[in-house]
Design a protein around this ligand. Structure first.
Ligand code: 2M8
Length: 415
């Protein structure tokens, strides 16, 4: 399936629904391809790095010029109009969670010679610097400026910010996603209007807003910040392997974890919550972003309390010690088990959570999540997401990161 989704320079997340290259998808795909297709995994990351903006941003979509049929199209983003965009390729004008250092690390573990670590590290440093220098505007936390930047597009986490958006002018656009996946499993029309308005605003500012007033959406997202804290530690290790100074990355990782624990941790609900960066208001939805926070080097007390909440409020037991992680706590009124990022189980979120648990000795829980990944995909195939109660496969077919991370889980289990 990954062979079939390979274009020669990157892997489509799903052949019809997502026919270009996506940033965090490519990182997960490279992780899965590293065992039997290392050359391809290396090229996957190189293609993405080639599209990096001069300000360091790794764009969330790199367009395949030969493919039409995705909204928003490359013309809609109009990246050539932005000063920092690359000349060689059209891209979107926003980013996705920084999981690329992890991918580079995993590839280098397989073959430290074939992976050009020094070059990869240069790209990673520029990318992380962009996030710290341009996206930290208050309280030491990185901001996302569009729901798409979270990777969890229509999570209920964004409902209130999208509801507050000025909607006097909605740009014209044509959705194509509902031709390839059930409308009841995708974002609503109102969600899409909000996404379109926000892209319009960002494009008008060349994707580098001159002031926060130009931003209609600013969120301190737990998943994004946790991924960056983790990625900074990984980058430090990679630099040390190269014999280069790494302390500034360790310091930034620690400062980010401190800021997360200070501003996003709720010491009564024992969970991390996103926050509206414009108003400072906590977004009280219990989401799986808090589970992914376990990959950051949290303090012991916060880690163990979050693990308890994970077990008590999120995990759904399935057969044979396998558990499934829904993207929203099932007891929350916003939970919808079949609609995209509003409840279904996603393999990448589950895999990252298992990674965080395993790194701190929670082996049994990590193994139960990995077993859940195998059970879901064994039952329903390499789907985009899964109903966490029934295990039904939902959204796109032949979904690349699902297959790639299954390969990783199988390798881990030595099956
Ligand atoms: C989804 O996002 C795109 C927009 O970027 C879409 O809905 O069209 C998300 O699930 C995102 O996390 C993912 O990277 C992308 C491609 O799989 O699809």
């Amino acid at each position: 399936m990954l062979d079939q989704n390979w274009t020669g320079s990157s892997t489509k997340p799903s052949p019809r629904l997502y026919p270009h290259q996506w940033s965090w998808d490519s990182a997960f795909v490279a992780i899965g391809n590293r065992f039997d297709r290392l050359d391809r995994a290396i090229v996957e990351l190189e293609t993405l790095f080639t599209a990096q903006w001069s300000n360091g941003m790794i764009p969330h979509i790199v367009f395949d010029a030969s493919v039409a049929g995705y909204h928003p199209s490359k013309e809609w983003w109009d990246s050539p109009s932005a000063d920092a965009a690359p000349a060689s390729v059209w891209t979107s004008g926003m980013c996705q969670p920084p999981v690329h250092a992890l991918a580079v690390q995993r590839l280098a573990e397989v073959d430290p010679v074939r992976v050009d670590l020094a070059r990869c590290v240069e790209h990673l440093e520029a990318w992380h610097d962009y996030l710290f220098e341009r996206r930290v505007l208050s309280d030491g936390l990185v901001e996302i400026w569009h729901p798409w930047e979270s990777g969890m597009d229509n999570s209920p986490l964004w409902d209130s910010a999208l509801a507050d958006l000025e909607r006097t002018h909605v740009p014209d656009y044509q959705r194509v996603d509902t031709e390839h996946a059930g409308a009841e499993e995708r974002p609503t029309e109102s969600d899409y209007d909000g996404y379109a308005i926000l892209v319009d605003q960002l494009r008008q500012g060349g994707y580098e807003p001159s002031s926060v007033d130009a931003l209609g959406f600013r969120v301190h997202d737990v998943l994004f910040n946790a991924c960056l804290a983790h990625a900074e530690m990984v980058l430090a290790q990679l630099l040390e392997r190269l014999g280069e100074p790494a302390s500034r990355h360790r310091e930034r990782a620690q400062a980010l974890v401190d800021a997360m624990e200070r501003h996003l941790w709720d010491n009564e609900r024992f969970w991390f919550f996103d926050r509206d960066a414009a108003t400072g208001a906590v977004i009280p939805t219990p989401a799986a972003t808090g589970a992914v926070a376990l990959i950051a080097e949290l303090s012991d007390d916060v880690f163990s309390r979050a693990v308890q909440t994970l077990g008590a409020e999120f995990l759904i037991e399935r057969s044979d010690g396998a558990t499934v992680l829904p993207t929203v706590a099932p007891s929350d009124p916003s939970f919808e088990p079949r609609r995209y990022w509003r409840g279904p189980a996603w393999i990448n979120v589950t895999w990252l959570t298992a990674l965080g648990l395993g790194a701190r000795g929670e082996d049994e829980l990590a193994a139960s999540l990995r077993a859940g990944i195998l059970e879901l995909t064994d039952g329903a195939g390499m789907r985009e997401y899964f109903d966490p109660h029934t295990g039904d496969g939902l959204g796109g077919d032949d979904f690349s990161w699902t297959a790639a991370l299954v390969l990783d889980v199988l390798e881990d289990a030595n099956l």
